[in-house]
Design a protein around this ligand. Structure first.
Ligand SMILES: NC(=O)c1ccc[n+]([C@@H]2O[C@H](COP(=O)([O-])OP(=O)(O)OC[C@H]3O[C@@H](n4cnc5c(N)ncnc54)[C@H](OP(=O)(O)O)[C@@H]3O)[C@@H](O)[C@H]2O)c1
Length: 386
């Protein structure tokens, strides 16, 4: 049966790989596309896929797209993205935005009872409890796109509640795996952007280098699967062949394997519960020879500890962690903050702001605003610069 699909963030790493999946599928009917600023690429995609509605978060980019493209409607601003969700008649939305900007569209999608393929992990980190409650209230399905969570979704599916003792997320370790804290001083943006196994957008690539990505994923897994933090573990696995594993109550452990290619979890999320052909080489274990594992180094990569602590504290703490991290990563990419400064900004921001209970989405937007202000000041004052 054909599904009407809306892709938010179609010009990004996940978005363009999703278009590759759409191109190969008879079952996905594209009804809308969005980007922040990349209006030329977006218009090109709209033409190529015969889409008649696009949205650009940036007003100038939206105006330029409206001039250049008259074959359909151009919606503008954060409200334009939400409007597109509400009016496109989609029965599946892929949220491939980056950062907490993804929360509004996630809420709009689930609130309408529309199924959500979620790449934007920040939605769950920031608003996990409310987002999951919303999905439950409207009956919308939430299928993760993150490779580790897609793996867990598949591994857990066949198990009765209570049979799963522990979730284990694998981490590639990023480009700086094996370095001591002292060896991370002075690393450059170019070095941090060299991910050994995955080709991804800039923000998640830096998060992988600091291990904050794995921290965000722990919080994401906690909300998606209702698993206590004590039962979620992380192991570094540099080959990125095992995407996650679960330990069961009878002593069995199940793992999900495959070459690192995001088209696999994207296809799974867009076709669930069906599976379709994806042109991926079959896994050859003999050729791989060996898979290796090691524990994460908490001293060199403190972001993992900070994420566990924020997750356990609950309330607005994960939202503060995420906002401070977004500001710090942005500053690092612009050369205004050192690599080690990222974790320092996050830790100091969490130290300055009390976690509050989350009663409504408004408390999250307020916590996000406050944390951005504090993190921005810390960076400007050079307090957390080293
Ligand atoms: N890439 C991966 O392999 C991967 C794997 C697992 C999970 N994820 C998650 O998937 C999400 C997307 O990652 P990505 O690597 O695909 O990011 P990306 O390459 O940076 O792409 C982000 C997309 O969102 C748009 N966008 C950025 N900021 C926006 C805003 N404020 N409002 C509206 N649109 C905005 C961008 O538009 P412009 O082109 O105009 O900037 C682009 O289309 C992230 O949450 C990431 O953690 C990614």
């Amino acid at each position: 049966m054909s599904r009407r699909l809306l892709i938010l963030g179609s010009t990004g790493s996940i978005g363009t790989q999703a278009l590759d999946i759409v191109q190969r599928s008879d079952e996905l009917d594209l009804v809308g596309l969005s980007a922040e600023r990349s209006w030329e690429q977006l218009v090109e995609q709209a033409r190529a896929f015969g889409v008649d509605r696009i949205a650009l978060a940036d007003a100038d980019a939206g105006a330029r797209a409206s001039e250049a493209w008259t074959d359909g409607e151009v919606l503008v601003g954060a409200e334009g993205l939400v409007q597109m969700v509400l009016e496109s008649g989609a029965d599946l939305v892929l949220n491939a935005l980056v950062g907490s900007a993804g929360l509004g569209p996630t809420v709009a999608t689930l609130g309408e009872g529309i199924d959500l393929a979620l790449a934007n992990k920040e939605s769950l980190v920031v608003g996990g409890e409310l987002v999951m409650q919303l999905a439950e209230a409207t009956g919308a399905q939430l299928i993760p796109v993150d490779s580790e969570h897609s793996a867990l979704h598949q591994l857990i599916a066949g198990e009765r509640a209570g049979a799963v003792d522990q979730l284990v997320l694998t981490a590639s370790g990023g480009p700086f795996r094996g370095r001591s804290r002292a060896e991370l001083e002075g690393v450059t943006v170019e070095q941090a952007l060299q991910h050994p196994t995955w080709a991804m957008g800039g923000k998640i690539t830096i998060d992988s280098a600091t291990l904050m990505n794995k921290g965000l994923e722990i919080i994401e897994a906690h909300h998606l699967f209702g698993t206590p933090y004590d039962d979620i573990d992380v192991v570094v696995h540099p080959q990125s062949i095992i995407h996650s594993l679960i330990h069961l109550c009878d002593g069995a452990s199940l793992a999900h394997l495959g070459y690192p290619d995001m088209r696999v979890p994207i296809s799974y999320a867009l076709h669930h519960p069906d599976r379709v052909d994806v042109p991926i080489r079959r896994l050859d274990l003999a050729e791989l020879g060996s898979l290796t594992f090691e524990p994460p180094d908490p001293e060199a990569f403190p972001c993992l500890r900070l994420a566990y602590a924020a997750g356990r504290a609950g309330g607005t703490a994960p939202c503060i962690l995420n906002a401070a991290n977004e500001v710090a990563v942005h500053a690092f990419l612009q050369g205004r903050l050192s690599f080690l400064g990222i974790a320092a900004v996050v830790e100091d921001t969490l130290g300055q702001l009390d976690a509050r209970p989350v009663r409504a989405f408004e408390s999250l937007y307020e916590a996000d605003r406050e944390a951005r202000e504090v993190a921005t000041e810390l960076i400007a004052d050079g307090v957390a610069a080293t």
